[in-house]
Design a protein around this ligand. Structure first.
Ligand code: ADP
Ligand code: MG
Length: 707
């Protein structure tokens, strides 16, 4: 039987030398470590090269881990009782540093004195302007057995806590426990989980060695190999599971067949479409057409930057469904957005003899009853609305396709609800999102969806010009806004509103608004305000006034972030831009640049920016490409912080790192595909290990849970 580990490793950590009940309890509390296996999979978060020594003079960065070789110049006991500490002067000939210990003072006092030669390792800190190191690891350089440490190469560093450290479980203590575990292990304790042919093909080392080298590599190459092998394993398990589920779903889940491209599609194409489709739009349409021919239910994510023209693709897909005798619906996350779609689409559809209707929570009474009746009778072809359209009381005659706009987090539950609406088979589903997800992440998050990407903007679109500004240039900025308004354009001014400091933020917005009123006096200038704390009706009214061009400037929080389309708005001013994340900034910028005129995005920031904030501003000013921005975002923030990934427990990885291991992930996915193509049920004898991997209970792909 395949196991992630042997029986032995699932025994409690107390079996290990150096771990008594008290330490075991603490390990559980602080790190969730119960078994030896838990401990083994608590991998070091970095290694330090103990073959390299710093010099005191050249080491300057606060917090930097350094190793020094030198001699104690003097020692001093300070304080008493619990506050007692040992302070030692230390020099390596280039400078001086003070070593300080608060614990084990009595013991240390005996072995450390002036003239004792030491190798010390720890973090550099400062006390005033003096260099200082608290609780360094030390190794005494003896007469004969000198400098043996120097040869041991890379040392693992484990994450620890204050409480653990005070019990002797600092990184050195944890290292000792790891060593004690390893002392009793043999190869069979960490059995192989991958078929030999795969290891050979990808030149991956075996699992036992990978574990060992990830903890105790002798050199960088071993460490790299260990990381590669285990990262691959983690990502491969994830991918294989997902692909396997997808294959199974496709084998199982039948869908409606859209046999033909019919009259509505053709009529719309020739009569209503005012422009050529872009190559990307055509390609995605082809993919949808391909999906809906197969008899398998489509589940497709359409990714496309703001303004890439997803709506048209949705309309054409809907027409395809209608041509084959089905009804369709289009769902948007907000009433404003849904209404905007309705206003744009309904008329066009009417022209070619089709009926669309709008439904949201606010459509009530007779109006609603009528819509529901017509829907059930099959007289309405396209229902456009908010989440209301998937409520149980909304009954279609024959729903064939559901389009979900601007929402990539459409839950499983909601999907299930839809399936009840179309009789014997589930409707095809396409989800559209303007939040580009880096490829690597998309593969993991949405590995079960097919993904189409509209990676081309309609021609003639002028890229938004992005620049930075600050309070110092307020006058110039205001003048610029006035010029734009004089030219007939409209302006967004966005303030951050972060939940935790929402009071302050609202006050800030209010203050900004009042200042604007002074600088842009009525009646020449009309300014509207929208924020999340307003009543929905008031909000809608303000939005509407802006959409209709009645207000020149819309001051708002990020509520306008999603989807709103006002082509006449050409300026997006983002106040306190440093407080927004990259993807949010990009979304906001996407509100402008939707018409023929040159648009501008102005990032107003404070003077002093953190390194990361500065980097974000630079990226924003240098590119308009949402995918580039998403990749950069992933690099800066790491996958855990990217929207939507936080709730996905599935990608809590122990070794692999999404931002770093993109190539490994792609290899994992490719290999998974090849293997499943040849052996969809993983029944071939050489895939027996993979089958077990895929079937492993607990769903989790964490290394420890295979078994
Ligand atoms: P998004 O992908 O952000 O939803 P939309 O579908 O709202 O983008 O399209 C943005 C604008 O581009 C709309 O005004 C739309 O009419 C226009 N558009 C879409 N496709 C094309 C095209 N192929 N050529 C020219 N304009 C297009
Ligand atoms: Mg859109």
């Amino acid at each position: 039987m395949l196991r992630g580990s042997s029986e032995k490793l699932s025994s409690p950590i107390t079996y290990i030398k150096g771990v008594g009940p008290a330490r075991a309890e603490l390990l559980m509390k602080e790190k969730g470590i119960k078994t030896q296996w838990d401990m083994l999979t608590d991998f070091p978060f970095r290694h330090v090269d103990r073959t390299v020594f710093s010099s005191i003079r050249e080491a300057v960065e606060d917090g930097q881990p350094i190793q020094l070789k030198g001699v104690i110049t003097q020692t001093q006991i300070m304080g008493r009782g619990r506050g007692k500490r040992l302070s030692a002067g230390f020099t390596d000939g280039t400078g001086n540093i003070t070593l300080v210990w608060f614990q084990g003072v009595t013991r240390l006092e005996k072995i450390i004195g002036p003239g004792v030669k030491l190798i010390v390792f720890g973090k550099l800190s400062y006390y005033g302007s003096k260099k200082n190191m608290a609780h360094p690891e030390i190794e005494i350089i003896g007469e004969g057995g000198a400098e043996k440490l120097v040869k041991t190469g890379l040392q693992p560093v484990y994450s620890t806590t204050e409480k653990l450290s005070s019990r002797g479980l600092d990184t050195k203590g944890l290292r000792r426990i790891q060593k004690n575990i390893w002392a009793g292990l043999s190869k069979s304790d960490i059995p192989e989980t991958m078929p030999a042919y795969l290891l050979e093909k990808l030149k991956l080392i075996d699992r036992y060695r990978a574990f060992k080298w990830l903890h105790f590599p002798e050199n960088q190459s071993q460490l790299d190999q260990a990381r590669k092998r285990l990262s691959f394993e983690e990502l491969f398990v994830l991918q294989l599971r997902m692909l396997h589920r997808m294959t199974e779903r496709k084998m199982r889940l039948k869908g409606f067949v859209f046999e033909q491209v019919g009259q509505y599609f053709h009529r719309y194409f020739s009569e209503q479409l005012p422009f050529e489709l872009t190559g990307a739009q055509k390609r995605v349409l082809k993919e949808i057409r391909g999906d809906t021919k197969t008899g398998i239910q489509m589940n497709r994510l359409i990714q496309g930057d703001v303004g890439s023209g997803k709506t048209i693709v949705a309309i054409m897909a809907m027409l395809l469904a209608i041509d084959n005798g089905f009804q369709t619906c289009l769902m948007a996350p907000t009433e404003i957005l849904a209404n905007q779609h309705y206003l744009k689409i309904a008329g066009q559809l009417e022209e070619i003899g089709l009926k669309a209707a709008f439904l949201s929570g606010s459509v009530k009474g007779k109006k609603r009853t009528k819509i529901l009746e017509e829907l059930a009778a099959g007289e309405i072809h396209v229902l456009i609305g908010t989440h209301a359209i998937i409520e149980d009381w909304v009954v279609f005659k024959k729903l064939g396709l559901v389009v979900i706009d601007e929402q990539h987090r459409f839950g499983v539950k909601q999907r299930a609800k839809l399936w009840k609406k179309s009789g014997e088979l589930p409707p095809h589903v396409m989800v559209m999102t303007a939040t580009p997800i880096p490829r690597t992440l998309a593969m993991t998050l949405y590995g079960e969806l097919d993904i189409s990407t509209i990676d081309e903007l309609p021609p003639g679109r002028k890229p938004v010009k992005t620049s930075r500004s600050s309070d110092r240039y307020r006058g110039r900025l205001n003048q610029f806004i006035k010029n734009q308004i004089a030219a007939g354009r409209q302006v967004y001014i966005v303030y951050p509103l972060i939940e935790e400091s929402s009071k302050l933020d609202l006050a800030n917005l209010q203050h900004g608004y009042e200042t604007l009123l002074e600088q842009f006096p009525r009646p020449q200038y009309q300014i509207g305000v929208v924020h999340g704390k307003m009543k929905p009706d008031d909000k809608d009214l303000e939005m509407k006034r802006f959409v209709e061009g009645k207000t020149h400037i819309l001051v708002s929080t990020t509520v306008i972030e999603v989807g709103v389309n006002v082509p006449n708005a050409t300026v997006m001013v983002i106040e306190n831009a440093e407080r927004f994340g990259l993807s949010q900034l990009h979304q906001l910028r996407g509100r402008v640049g939707r018409g023929a005129d040159q648009s501008h995005c102005i990032l107003v920031t404070g003077y002093k920016l953190s390194k990361v904030a500065k980097k974000r501003m630079e990226i924003m000013c240098s590119t308009n490409d949402g995918f580039v921005i998403a990749e950069e975002d992933l690099k800066i923030r790491g996958p855990g912080e990217i929207e939507g990934t936080r709730q996905s427990g599935d990608i809590e990885l122990k070794v692999a790192n999404m931002a770093r291991d993109g190539i490994i992930l792609q290899t994992a996915r490719k290999m998974g595909k090849i293997i499943l193509e040849k052996d969809p049920t993983l029944s071939h004898p050489e895939n027996v290990l993979l089958k077990k991997m895929v079937q492993a209970e607990n769903g989790s792909a964490l290394l420890g849970r295979i078994g």
